[in-house]
Design a protein around this ligand. Sequence first.
Ligand SMILES: C[S@@+](CC[C@H](N)C(=O)[O-])C[C@H]1O[C@@H](n2cnc3c(N)ncnc32)[C@H](O)[C@@H]1O
Length: 209
Amino acid sequence: MKKSLEEHAARFDEKAGEYDESKSEEYHACANLVVEHAAPENDDVVLDLATGTGAIALALAPDAKRVVGRDISEEMMAEAEGKAADEGLENLAFDRGTFREPNYDGQVDLVTSNFALHHLSDEEKREAIAVIADLEPRKFVLGDVMFFGEPDPEAPFYSPEVDDPATVGVLADAFTDAGFSLTAVERVHDQVGVLVAERSPTADDPAAE
Ligand SMILES: C[S@@+](CC[C@H](N)C(=O)[O-])C[C@H]1O[C@@H](n2cnc3c(N)ncnc32)[C@H](O)[C@@H]1O
C-alpha cells in the first residue's frame, strides 16, 4: 500500500460529500457490471468491501436478504447510510472493516467490491483474496482499475502516488490460488474491468458432486 489505511481514510473522508458527482463513464459501467454479475437471490447475504458511499450496496439491497458494507472512511459510510435512509432500505449495515480484516464473521453468500482493491499492493491483494475465500462466499465480483495491457501512468484511472493496480493476470492467479475459478472477465477499458470468481462446489467438499 502506497499510503497507510489512515491516510486513505482521511483522503476519502475529505472527498465523501462530492464523491458521487465525480465519477467517470467507465466507473459507472464498471459498477453496473458488478451489480449485474452479483445478481443476489433474496436469501443471500452480500458483503460489499470498500463500500464507500454505497453504490453497489444500495443497488443490491432490494434483491438481497442483507447487505453488509465495510470501509475505512466513516464519512463515505455516513453518505451511504444517509442514502439508504432516504431510499427506505433497512437491510443494510455499515461498519469499519478492511479487505484483510473485514470485521465480519457471519453468513456470506456473495462478496462484491468496486474501484478499491487497487489501493493494496499485489501481495496485499493476494492476502485479501485469501481472507475473502475463507469467508466461503459462492461468488466474488470484483470491479476495479486493472491492467489488460501495459500500465499507463498518464491514464486517468489511477494516480501512481496513491494507487497500485494489478494486471489481470496477477488477479487471476490470486483468485485461482485461493480456490476460485474465474467465470467471467469484463473489459470496460484497457485499465478498468470486472472479474467474476466462483468457488468450485468441490473445492472443499469432494463429496459435493
Ligand atoms: C474509489 S472508492 C469506491 C467506493 C465504492 N465501492 C464505489 O464503487 O463507489 C474507494 C473506497 O475504498 C475505501 N478503502 C480504501 N482502502 C481500503 C481498505 N484497505 N479496506 C477497506 N476500504 C478501503 C475508501 O475509504 C473508499 O471509500
